[in-house]
Design a protein around this ligand. Structure first.
Ligand SMILES: Cc1ncc(COP(=O)(O)O)c(C=O)c1O
Length: 382
């Protein structure tokens, strides 16, 4: 049985070059970067070299990079490190749980939160953000690209609004790197979250971009590493791996996007030659994330049937299970419960070939031409 992975929005395989350099470091460098002896300084040198490399890739200053364990931690650091009782946060209703659940916790701590809904295209409108601003609005946090739908938000316009009102702006940009250029100096966001495992880098390493002039209070206490914002002994191999993955991803955005768009077009062309009834949800999509409703089968069933044929796509959560619930993001952009339950996410990566797409369409055709039962189980898309 062939094995095809179409879930690159959940995570990506490690680039071979990244895995090689990480293995080399794991096997030879072990000093604590905070130690002043030569063992420690070898680790420190690697970290600072990696920080400079990432700063070059994203056009920011090295000291604006705080290494974290990834998207979840970076999002939590910003929300909990900035907001105090009496402050107001504007975010969107379809953020990743790392923002939504952090915001819910803050509400228990007397922080006001407005959850702005995306429009029917899956996009958060700057006008809606503007209309939610209050005198005590301290932070606006809007994701760059939605992980379920793939829709891209007009972040530059939202930043303009935030700046005019002297409000800090954060974006969860976890789904952007490698798919679109990211120039942090030009963008003007105050804070931005990034995770290396979404662009062929290692898991458990990421960064928080903390623009010069901003400060946040740490949510954990420790030995002062990463400007005391994220104390704890650094993940040296992870940081070096992330730096290489970032360089590869940002240097090849145009090439990879072109390839992925071509594969997406092939997928849709081939699908249109079949009898399969489908619709694509969301507009302004980033290359590689396709959210699709198939009228005659539950998403959960389709995911399982494809999996039995060796093909991985996603419906609900990579990390939760329980009773079947339609995706909140899909309901928020106007899908009925019926349609939301019949929706899957297919995410294409830089390693896919035309033959993989052909196999995917043939498999969908063979499954969707059969009649199936409705089955109930649960989900969240990471
Ligand atoms: C939009 C978005 N934000 C945050 C995260 C969480 O990132 P991490 O897995 O690095 O904690 C993910 C991935 O699951 C994501 O897609």
């Amino acid at each position: 049985m062939s094995s095809l992975y179409f879930d690159t929005a959940a995570t990506t395989p490690l680039d071979k070059k990244v895995s090689d350099i990480m293995a080399e470091i794991q096997n030879s460098i072990f000093g604590n970067p905070s130690s002043i002896h030569q063992f420690g300084q070898k680790s420190r040198t690697l970290i600072e070299k990696s920080r400079r490399k990432i700063a070059t890739s994203f056009n920011c200053k090295p000291n604006e990079i705080i290494f974290t364990s990834g998207g979840t931690e970076s999002n939590n650091l910003v929300l909990k490190g900035i907001l105090k009782p009496g402050d107001h946060l504007i975010t969107s209703s379809y953020e990743h749980p790392a923002v939504i659940n952090a915001a819910k916790q803050l509400e228990n701590n007397h922080i006001e939160v407005s959850y702005v809904k995306p429009d029917l295209n899956g996009v958060v409108s700057p006008d809606t953000i503007q209309s939610e601003i209050k005198p005590n609005t301290k932070l606006i946090s809007i994701m760059y690209v939605n992980n379920e739908i793939g829709s891209t938000n007009p972040i530059e316009d939202i930043i303009c609004i935030a700046k005019k009102c002297s409000i800090k702006f954060h974006s969860d940009a976890v789904q952007v790197v490698g798919k679109q250029n990211l120039d942090l100096n030009a963008l003007g966001a105050d804070f931005l979250s990034i995770a290396a495992h979404k662009y062929y880098g290692p898991k458990g390493i990421g960064m928080l971009f903390l623009k010069s002039g901003n400060s946040i209070e740490s949510i954990i206490n420790g030995g002062g590493q990463e400007q005391s914002v994220r104390p704890g002994t650094e993940n040296v191999a992870g940081i070096v791996g992330m730096a290489l993955a970032t360089e590869i991803a940002t240097d090849n955005v145009a090439l990879n996007s072109k390839k992925i768009i071509k594969l997406e077009n092939l997928f849709l062309d081939l699908l249109n030659k079949t009898e399969i009834q489908y619709k694509i949800n969301g507009q302004s999509r980033i290359p590689g994330i396709i959210n699709m409703t198939f009228e005659n089968m539950l998403g959960q069933t389709l995911v399982m049937k494809l999996d039995m044929m060796g093909i991985a796509v996603s419906f609900g959560s990579a990390c939760a299970s329980g009773a079947l619930k339609p995706s909140k993001a899909l309901l928020d952009i106007g899908l009925s419960e019926h349609d939301a339950l019949r929706t899957i996410r297919i995410s294409i990566g830089k390693f896919h070939q035309e033959d993989d797409i052909k196999t995917l369409v043939q498999s969908l055709e063979s499954i969707l031409n059969q009649k199936t039962n409705v089955n109930h189980e649960n989900n969240y898309v990471s």
